[in-house]
Design a protein around this ligand. Structure first.
Ligand SMILES: [Zn+2]
Ligand SMILES: [Zn+2]
Length: 335
């Protein structure tokens, strides 16, 4: 993929049939996520191939299986990364279904939304608020929901400075959410690309600089959305005592892992600095993000491409090139 390959190919697939408790969704749009790239480049392994990627799916209910009461044909719904969880394990029972050992993902364990139709258990489908157009709702289903979860894990208190390393689909939503929830907290953005830094300032960042630049002050929490290790090491150095680094990445690249040899206990970890990863999302995260986005009139910055250009879209995500906010694929089913 990084060398410009085309790992995805179009295929004729039978329309899936909704089983007991499922809904069949006619896809309108599907957001593109860096995780899609992790799947096609093999950092994440699907249980079977070929698999249809895509886990930020918006469409309308086309048919329902037996005993589905919550959704009806024609309802506008979203499908997120969480396709199902067991509902019985200790994590599911404590509100952490994102950590369920039987967690099944959309677009990796199960076929996703780079397709005309997708099936999902009705209990894991999400009603889309009327205030959100399809293209605005799509990036909220992963970039937004995992961003919201990252911000929660950051345990920020209003007034404390927040840092964001990387400024892609998720961070541009987290910045807006943070400005809304913590109006007294300055947000500092680290991004390699000058256009991303400019975009961050437009959205209300108090400062935006390159990874190597010196920010105005240290931060109580930093959320990292980069695929690399260098920003992790420099973020640790910029945390206040007791500060938290939340890594929002399903996989990290091995390319610059050697930079971890420079990790110095006193400089990077001492003073109770913490590192935490954020894994998957719960249904509650997704629904909270959709409701809050509708209420605060959050407007994701979205660029639309055609489903037939999915390889081009993934290539752009791989190179971090020319994407302002989120990429969304138009599947062609829009009314
Ligand atoms: Zn994602
Ligand atoms: Zn479970």
């Amino acid at each position: 993929m990084a060398d410009g390959g085309s790992p995805l190919y179009p295929d004729d697939v039978a329309v899936p049939v909704p089983s007991h408790g499922d809904v069949l969704v006619r896809v309108s749009v599907c957001g593109v996520c860096r995780t899609d790239l992790d799947i096609v480049e093999g950092r994440l392994t699907a249980q079977r191939y070929p698999v249809i990627p895509g886990h930020q799916v918006v469409g309308t209910v086309e048919a329902v299986g037996d005993e589905v009461d919550d959704f009806h044909v024609g309802d506008r719904v979203g499908v997120a990364w969480i396709h199902s969880a067991c509902g019985r394990c200790a994590w599911c029972r404590s509100g952490r279904e994102n950590l369920c050992p039987y967690f099944r993902s959309t677009g990796c364990d199960e076929n996703g939304g780079y397709a005309e139709y997708v099936v999902v258990p009705a209990a894991f489908a999400h009603a889309i608020p009327a205030a959100l157009p399809d293209v605005s709702a799509a990036p909220l289903l992963c970039a937004g929901a995992i961003g919201l979860r990252s911000l929660r894990l950051a345990e920020l208190v209003d007034g404390q400075p927040l840092g964001l390393t990387g400024f892609g689909a998720s961070a541009h939503l987290v910045l807006q959410l943070a400005r809304h929830r913590f109006p007294a907290s300055p947000v500092y953005v680290f991004a390699r690309n000058a256009r991303e830094r400019e975009f961050a300032r437009e959205l209300g960042a108090a400062w935006a600089g390159d990874t190597a630049d010196e920010p105005p002050e240290r931060m109580a929490a930093i959320i990292d959305t980069t695929p690399a290790w260098k920003p992790v090491v420099s973020a640790l150095e910029r945390l206040l005592p007791g500060g938290r680094l939340v890594i929002n990445a399903i996989r990290k690249s091995r390319a610059d892992q050697g930079v971890l040899e420079s990790l110095d206990y006193a400089r990077h970890l001492w003073m109770e600095r913490e590192i935490k990863s954020v894994a998957n999302v719960t249904r509650a995260d997704v629904r909270e993000m959709l409701a809050e986005a509708a209420a605060m009139q959050l407007k994701p910055s979205v660029e639309e491409m055609l489903l037939s250009d999915a390889n081009v879209a993934l290539g752009r995500v791989a190179r971090g090139e020319g994407v302002r906010g989120a990429l969304v694929l138009d599947v062609g089913n829009r009314e």
